[in-house]
Design a binder for this molecule. Structure first.
Ligand code: GLN
Length: 265
C-alpha cells in the first residue's frame, strides 16, 4: 500500500514539474505561439491577428529585441499556448486593425479595444480583460477652459475620438485626427494641438516612463469600459470561445496577474 502511495506521489510530482515547465515556456514577445498536441477540427489553422503598434503598455515596439511586446502581446501568447491557437500577429495600428477585421483580411484583433454597444453591431467580443476610460491630456498648467477656440488631437476610429466629439461644443474646440497615439502626443508637445484624448492607463504609462512631458487635465476617466479581443461579427466563434477559456485559465493560474505585474499593474 505504501509503495502504491509513493508511486502515485512520484507521478504527481513529475506531472506538476511538467506543468511548471510548460508554464515557463510561454513565449511572450514572440510572434507565433503553437501547441500541436491537441488535435481539433481547426488544428493547423493559423489565425491572422491584428493589433496597434504604439499603445504602451498594451503593444509597442521593444527596440532592443525589435519585437512587439506588451500586455496584449503576452496575454495572446499565454492564451494561445493554453488553448493550442496558432496565430500570426500583425502590429499595424488601431485603425488598420479595425479595417482588417471588418474586411475579413484579419481573423481577430487585440489592441486595447474598448467593448462598446456600437462596435457590437459589427464585432463579436471576448470577455473583458481590462477596464479603462478616457482622459484629456495637455502641457502642465493647461485648464479645460483653455481648450476654447483651439484644436484637440484624437486618434482615428477610437472611443477617445467619440469622447472628443461629445464634449467639443461644450469646451469650444475642434478636433484633429491622428493615426497613432505617438503622433498625437507629439502634436501636443510641439504645440500643434492644445490637448489630446487618450485612454487613462496608456497616457499614465507614457507619463510615468518619461516618454511624454504632459499632464492629465480632466478629472475622472470618462466612459470606463472593458477591453476585449474581437472578431468580425458572426465569424470565428471558436476563437472567441477559446480566448475566453484561455483567459479564465490564465486568471486561475496566476499567469494573468504575472503579465499585468510585468507592465506595472
Ligand atoms: N480603447 C480605445 C478604443 O478602443 C483606444 C484603442 C487604441 O488606441 N488602441 O477605441
Amino acid at each position: 500500500m505504501k509503495k502504491v502511495l509513493a508511486l502515485i506521489l512520484a507521478i504527481a510530482m513529475i506531472a506538476s514539474v511538467a506543468v511548471l515547465a510548460g508554464c515557463g515556456n510561454s513565449n511572450s514577445g514572440t510572434e507565433t505561439a503553437t501547441k500541436d498536441e491537441t488535435p481539433a477540427a481547426d488544428a493547423g489553422k493559423v489565425y491572422i491577428i491584428y493589433s496597434d503598434n504604439a499603445f504602451a503598455p498594451f503593444e509597442y515596439l521593444d527596440t532592443e529585441s525589435n519585437t512587439y511586446v506588451g500586455v496584449d502581446m503576452d496575454l495572446m501568447a499565454a492564451i494561445a499556448a493554453d488553448q493550442g491557437i496558432n496565430y500570426e500577429m500583425h502590429n499595424e495600428g488601431f485603425d488598420a486593425a479595425m479595417g482588417a477585421v471588418q474586411s475579413g483580411q484579419a481573423d481577430a484583433m487585440i489592441a486595447g479595444m474598448t467593448i462598446t454597444d456600437e462596435r457590437k453591431e459589427t464585432f463579436d467580443f471576448s470577455d473583458a480583460y481590462f477596464d479603462d476610460g478616457q482622459v484629456i491630456v495637455a502641457k502642465e498648467g493647461t485648464k479645460m477652459d483653455d481648450l476654447n477656440g483651439k484644436t484637440v488631437a484624437a486618434k482615428t476610429s477610437t472611443v477617445g475620438g467619440e469622447y472628443a466629439e461629445s464634449i467639443k461644443d461644450q469646451y469650444g474646440f475642434t478636433i484633429n485626427y491622428y493615426e497613432g497615439s505617438d503622433n498625437m502626443y507629439q502634436a501636443v508637445m510641439t504645440g500643434t494641438d492644445v490637448a489630446c484624448v487618450e485612454d487613462f492607463s496608456v497616457i499614465g504609462y507614457a507619463i510615468k516612463s518619461g516618454e511624454v512631458d504632459l499632464s492629465i487635465i480632466s478629472e475622472e476617466p470618462a466612459n470606463v469600459k472593458g477591453y476585449g479581443f474581437a472578431v468580425q461579427k458572426g465569424k470565428n466563434p471558436e476563437l472567441i470561445e477559446k480566448f475566453n477559456a484561455g483567459l479564465a485559465n490564465i486568471k486561475a493560474s496566476g499567469k494573468y496577474d504575472e503579465i499585468l505585474a510585468k507592465y506595472g499593474y
